[in-house]
Every structure is written in structure tokens, then in C-alpha cells.
Design a protein. Structure first.
Length: 710
């Protein structure tokens, strides 16, 4: 009997792992039925093409004809991972001047790069290094039509063809019919287009802004023409090179065209390419340094883009909701397909992505290392682990800065920065510099990649990242403070993922405790795989780490607290706002000895009813869904993904809208894909098919190629 049961469970496990649920999914049909179509000038419906490290966002014309008009919508960005600029630093401000000494009871003083309210060099230094370097807008490519404004656009139809990576736009304007097609090269920073009209001459413009250096905007200052310049370096028939000079920053723009056309300067930093007929076909490459590159035409870029995108959709996993009877399934499928596309074009380069990707700047265009999990943890689950590996390489280059942070704070190992740029320099912050939940991300993400690799590639992965993981864990173990009176380790002197708590008084936040536990466990597994002995210090911390702290409600139920230091959690508005991070302790992470299932379920139920949902973020909803799935509450998991809240809104283009400042927020998209993968394929030890979807006959979710969560 027991052998038969084991055999049944074995085949169920295979069934779940392979996702074999009827006939193969028609990948092309799945993608194409979710292609967005725009029929008016909608500033929140901008469409983009890109390749993971470069992206080009268009308005309804298929190009960037109205950048000023789209300024407060989803802006028309042209951004790359290399395009950064810094303003001058005439005061010779040093990053060290932003450091503040703290004493959090770790037995030594700690220096943090923070912000200051008081006037002086410390404040000036913090502000300068916080906003510099900032990401640049590399330049707008728009239609050149005399006197055109957004209200002139009529009979518009713009479509994003995600199967082939092309935007096609058709519309009428000023008495003429226009057709525009736009594509992006899969490897180079090239946007290519074809413009046709039935009257007059086809023409485009190239307009270049000066950076703003502001916290959140399109990075376009159109009123500072005297602060930058655009020089014509060379021109030959069908090809020209422009040099951009902004303070100490330079880059190049190489533009090619196929028809008989003329490139001329209309005004400073404004160039026009006018064809001698009704069609203009061009390719435009943005380059950090001038170099001879193989010429690419619109046709060659179109072919390479189509090949690349079809490979992406065919080789990765797929989830099909078309057989579901729940009326919400169609919307969930739309979000899932569009999120894959958006994250692939904006968040899969050689550096971690910023929260608004390559569409526009947030936090000065810098990336937040606690968000890399939300941007990219879906990749190995969906069969795209190689795309995550590209970004993980950045940790190697950033190690010296991370080691420096740990050293100046008196800790062993390396402490990963929160807000940074390609250099790895830590941006001063009154919140970010005190966060720690970015620390185990490298361990978790490397493990997710490792699980998908061949035996040979696993060995290479161990050798490549083993030492970094050791050093990451060394900091984690050293930061855990031994509480001799209670024979346990605690975490203190931190701002947790729920950022409403203060570093000076906070200790033992629940998600960080659970993540420390899981991260150190994986780190010791990596040592064993490399033939090294387990680190006994790490094991000691694992074994004596504090369990999650609980409090008692009015009716005697126990709930987990926002931190052991916050017993007033459920009676204080600030503590039931922001991220309900306690749910990440089971959801993002597997269950552990630190967590009691009953108390976690009671906590989840209370949060569902009593949380301040108007003060949440896009990734909170996938986190709630993952928590519900692991706790065996699939209906709640689905309801969480589709909760009708402002920060859980997904625009026509698939972007997760937050508010007027963050009109797109890619961590929400990434979290959605991670949650859906878990809800379909499950997690280690789970043998149920589609454990995150109700078994009520309404959720016949079909999928292929998904991997389990740890």
C-alpha cells in the first residue's frame, strides 16, 4: 500500500514539475491575444521596445513626437544602463562628509551615509551624492510635422506586437495618413523605424534634452540649451554621427538612412532628417564611445528582434488562463503576459534595474538593491535564469564598495548597499542606508539560478559566487547580536522592509529574522557543495535566532508583530501602513521553525481586514498571495493578486501604476510573475497541482516550463 502511495505521489510530482496539462499551449496565440492596442493620445498608454539594457518608449505616433505632453504620464524615455551624468561638484564635496556616527548596541560605533536637515557641508554632500550620478535621457526621435500637436492626431491605431517586438502605428494628422513601425535591436542600443505618408515628405527629428537631476521625472530639461551641445562628427551618404557633450559627459548617436534624405540642424540640439519622398527608413544607435560598428538596417533589426522575441516566448515558461471560467482570469492573463514583456525589455541587463526601469527616472535613476528580488526572482522560475545571471555579475564589481560599507560600520564580511548606481557607491539616505533585507538577496537569487543548471554549470556557479556568498553570510552572522540573558540572537539597529519603523529602537522585525534564517542555511549548503565544512558560527545563529514575536488581540488571538519592539502594532496607524512585510516570512520564504502556522494565519486574516491598503505598494499584493498559497488559502491568493486598489492597478500597457509620482512600478510586475509561478508549480515539498488556485472548477490554469519556488 505504501509503495503504491509513494508511486502515485512520485507521478504527481512529475506532473506538477512538467506542467503537462493537456495539449501544448499555443504560445503565439497566448501572446498575441494580449497585445495592447492604443486608439487615442493616452499619456498613460505609452508603448516601448527594448532589449533589457536599453529601451525606447513611444507615444501614439510610434515615435517620441510629444515628449512634453507625456511628461506627467508614462514618459517617452530613451535610456540605457550606461547613460549616466553628474553635475559639477565645485565645492569638492566628499561622500565621507555625509557619514553619521550611530551606536546601535553592536559593541562598536557605526558610520552610515545619511541625509541631514541642518544646513552645512554634510547636508550638501548627502544631497549631491544622492542625486549624482543620475540617469540620462539619451534623446527623442519624433515625427517632424510642421505645427503638429497632440490634438491633431485622428483615427489612431497603435499596436505592440510582442511576438515580434514591433510597434506599429497608423493615424491621420494635418490632412495626411501616416504609418510608423518601430523596433529595437536585441543586443545593441539601436532603435530602427520606417515612416511612410501619403502626402508630402517623410521626416523625423532628433531632439536632445539636458538632464534635470530630479528625484522622479522624465530627465528632460528642454530650457537649458546653453548647457549642452550636439556636434556633427561625420556625415556620408546615408550615415551621420553626432557627438553629445553635457558637462564632462559625452556620448555618440549614429544614424543611418536608406532613402535619399538630408540631415540638417534646425536649432541647437535639434536635428531633422528629411526624406526626398514619402518614405523614410532609418536606424539610430546610441553609443557610450565612438566605434566602428556593423551597419544595421530597419530590415536587419526587424528580423533580429523577431527571432529574439520568438525565442524568448518559446523557450521560457507559459501560463494559459483561457480555459478558466472565473471572469477575472482574462485580466490576470493580460497582466502576466505584459509583465513578462516589460521586465524583459527593462530589467534584464548587466546592472540591477531602477524601479521605473528604462522608462523614466525615479530616485534619480538609481537602482535599489532590495528591489532586485522583485524585479528578477521570476526569471529562473520562468526558465530565463541566464537573464538573471547577467545582472548577478554586477555584485562581483560592487564587492569593494560593499566591503567598505561593512568595514566602516565595524562588521565582518560585506554589506550590500541599498540605493546605488553602476559604480556601487552608496547613495546617502535617512532610510535606505539602514535597511538590511537586501543582504540575503544574492544568496537567494544565486540559489534559484543554481537549481536550474546542469551539473557542469552548477560547479562553475559555485566557484564564481561561493566566496561572495560566504562574505555576505559573514556579515549577516556578525550583525546578529547575542542576547545572553535569553540565549538567543536578535537583529537590531535597522529599518525593516516595513519602513515606518525607526532604526534606533527597532529589533527583531519578522521578515528579516526569517530571511536571516533562510539565507544562512543556504550559505552553509553552498559551503558543503564546495567541499568545505559548515560554518559553525552561522549554524549557531540559525539555531538560536529569535522566533517571530507575537502579540495578543482583543479577543485573545495571537498575531505577529511588525517587530518585537512594536507591541502596539495593531493599534497604531503607522504600523498597519506601508508593506505588510510580516507575511513575507512565509510566502517569499518557506516555512521555518521561527514561524507558527496558526499565528501566521491569524495574522494574515487580520491584515486582510484591517490593513491600511491605501498606503501600500505594488509588490505587496503578490507577497500576500504567496503567503496565502503557502498557508493553503488559494482563494485568498487569487483575490490578493486582483485586489481592486490603486497601487494594484495595471495600465493598458501593462505597467503597475502607483500614484502621480510613480506611474509605473516594475517590482509589482515582477512580484506578480513570481507569485503566479509559485501558485502554479508550487514550492519544495508541495505535491499539489496549481496549489495557489481554488479547486472550484473556475481555475483550470494550464502551464508549461515553470520551476518550483524554494
Amino acid at each position: 500500500m505504501f509503495k503504491s502511495l509513494r508511486r502515485v505521489l512520485f507521478y504527481i510530482a512529475i506532473f506538477v514539475t512538467l506542467g503537462v496539462q493537456g495539449a501544448p499551449i499555443d504560445r503565439r496565440a497566448l501572446v498575441e491575444r494580449n497585445n495592447p492596442i492604443v486608439t487615442s493620445v493616452d499619456t498613460l498608454a505609452s508603448l516601448s521596445v527594448g532589449n533589457g539594457h536599453f529601451a525606447f518608449t513611444t507615444d501614439v505616433t510610434g515615435l517620441q513626437t510629444f515628449p512634453e505632453y507625456y511628461h506627467n504620464g508614462v514618459p517617452l524615455g530613451t535610456q540605457s544602463e550606461w547613460g549616466w551624468h553628474s553635475f559639477d561638484n565645485p565645492q569638492n564635496l566628499r561622500i565621507e562628509e555625509s557619514y553619521k556616527m550611530e551606536d546601535f548596541g553592536h559593541g562598536h560605533r557605526e558610520l552610515y551615509a545619511t541625509e541631514f536637515k541642518e544646513q552645512g557641508r554634510a547636508r550638501d554632500a548627502a544631497n549631491w551624492y544622492r542625486s549624482n550620478p543620475h540617469r540620462m535621457h539619451l534623446g527623442c526621435i519624433g515625427l517632424e510635422i510642421e505645427g503638429l500637436n497632440p490634438h491633431d492626431i485622428k483615427d489612431a491605431k497603435q499596436k505592440l506586437d510582442m511576438w515580434n517586438g514591433m510597434i506599429a502605428a497608423d493615424f491621420k494628422a494635418k490632412g495626411a495618413r501616416y504609418s510608423v513601425k518601430t523596433v529595437c535591436h536585441p543586443e545593441r542600443d539601436i532603435v530602427a523605424g520606417k515612416v511612410t505618408t501619403d502626402k508630402g515628405k517623410a521626416a523625423i527629428n532628433l531632439r536632445f534634452p539636458y538632464p534635470t537631476g530630479k528625484h522622479s521625472d522624465d530627465a528632460c530639461d528642454w530650457k537649458q540649451n546653453d548647457k549642452h551641445q550636439t556636434e556633427l562628427v561625420s556625415v556620408t551618404p546615408g550615415h551621420a554621427v553626432l557627438k553629445r557633450i553635457l558637462d564632462k559627459t559625452t556620448y555618440f548617436v549614429s544614424i543611418r538612412w536608406e532613402e535619399n534624405a538630408e540631415l540638417k540642424e534646425k536649432e541647437k540640439n535639434y536635428w531633422v532628417l528629411v526624406a526626398n519622398g514619402k518614405q523614410l527608413t532609418f536606424s539610430c544607435e546610441f553609443l557610450k564611445e565612438q566605434k566602428n560598428q556593423e551597419a544595421e538596417t530597419f530590415a536587419s533589426v526587424t528580423k533580429k528582434a523577431a527571432d529574439n522575441w520568438q525565442k524568448f516566448w518559446k523557450e521560457g515558461a507559459a501560463v494559459d488562463f483561457s480555459l478558466c471560467k472565473d471572469k477575472r482570469a482574462k485580466e490576470l492573463e493580460r497582466r502576466v503576459v505584459l509583465s513578462q514583456y516589460l521586465l524583459a525589455i527593462q530589467c534584464c541587463g548587466n546592472t540591477p534595474p531602477q524601479e521605473t526601469g528604462l522608462t523614466y527616472n525615479s530616485w534619480f535613476g538609481k537602482f535599489h538593491m532590495e528591489m532586485i528580488w522583485w524585479h528578477q526572482s521570476w526569471l529562473p522560475l520562468w526558465g530565463h535564469e541566464k537573464m538573471l545571471e547577467r545582472t548577478l555579475n554586477w555584485y562581483i564589481s560592487a564587492e569593494p564598495k560593499a566591503r567598505e560599507i561593512a568595514m566602516r560600520q565595524g562588521f565582518k564580511g560585506i554589506r550590500w548597499m541599498k540605493m546605488t548606481d553602476p559604480s556601487g557607491e552608496e547613495a546617502p539616505s535617512r532610510v535606505g542606508s539602514y535597511l538590511i533585507w537586501q543582504q540575503p538577496h544574492l544568496i537567494y537569487l544565486a540559489e534559484m539560478v543554481y537549481r536550474n543548471l546542469s551539473a557542469e554549470d552548477k560547479e562553475k556557479m559555485l566557484q564564481k559566487y561561493g566566496r561572495l556568498i560566504d562574505e555576505t553570510a559573514e556579515f549577516m552572522a556578525d550583525m546578529a547580536t547575542y542576547d545572553e540573558a535569553n540565549n538567543r540572537y536578535i537583529l537590531k539597529g535597522i529599518i525593516p522592509a516595513q519602513e515606518t519603523l525607526k532604526a534606533s529602537v527597532t529589533y527583531n522585525p519578522p521578515f528579516e529574522l526569517a530571511y536571516w534564517y533562510q539565507g544562512l542555511k543556504i550559505a552553509n549548503q553552498w559551503r558543503e557543495r564546495r567541499g568545505l565544512g559548515r560554518n559553525t558560527k552561522w549554524d549557531n545563529v540559525i539555531n538560536k535566532l529569535s522566533p517571530l514575536a507575537a502579540g495578543t488581540g482583543e479577543n485573545g488571538e495571537e498575531f505577529y508583530l511588525a517587530a518585537e519592539s512594536a507591541p502596539e502594532t495593531y493599534s497604531t496607524l503607522a504600523l498597519i501602513s506601508d508593506h505588510p512585510a510580516v507575511l513575507g516570512a512565509v510566502g517569499i520564504l518557506p516555512k521555518s521553525r521561527l514561524v507558527d502556522d496558526k499565528i501566521m494565519k491569524q495574522t494574515s486574516d487580520w491584515i486582510w481586514k484591517g490593513w491600511n491598503w491605501d498606503k501600500t505598494w505594488g509588490w505587496d499584493y503578490p507577497m500576500v498571495a504567496m503567503n496565502a498559497a503557502r498557508l493553503g488559502e488559494p482563494s485568498k491568493a487569487v483575490d490578493a493578486l486582483l485586489m481592486d486598489k490603486r497601487t494594484n492597478t495595471y495600465l493598458k500597457n501593462g505597467h503597475n501604476y502607483q500614484d502621480g509620482r510613480l506611474r509605473c512600478y516594475l517590482p509589482g510586475n515582477g512580484g506578480l510573475l513570481t507569485a503566479v509561478a509559485m501558485m502554479c508549480a508550487g514550492w519544495d515539498g508541495c505535491t499539489e497541482i496549481n496549489p495557489g488556485f481554488p479547486k472550484d472548477g473556475k481555475w483550470n490554469v494550464r502551464w508549461e516550463g515553470l520551476k518550483r519556488m524554494p
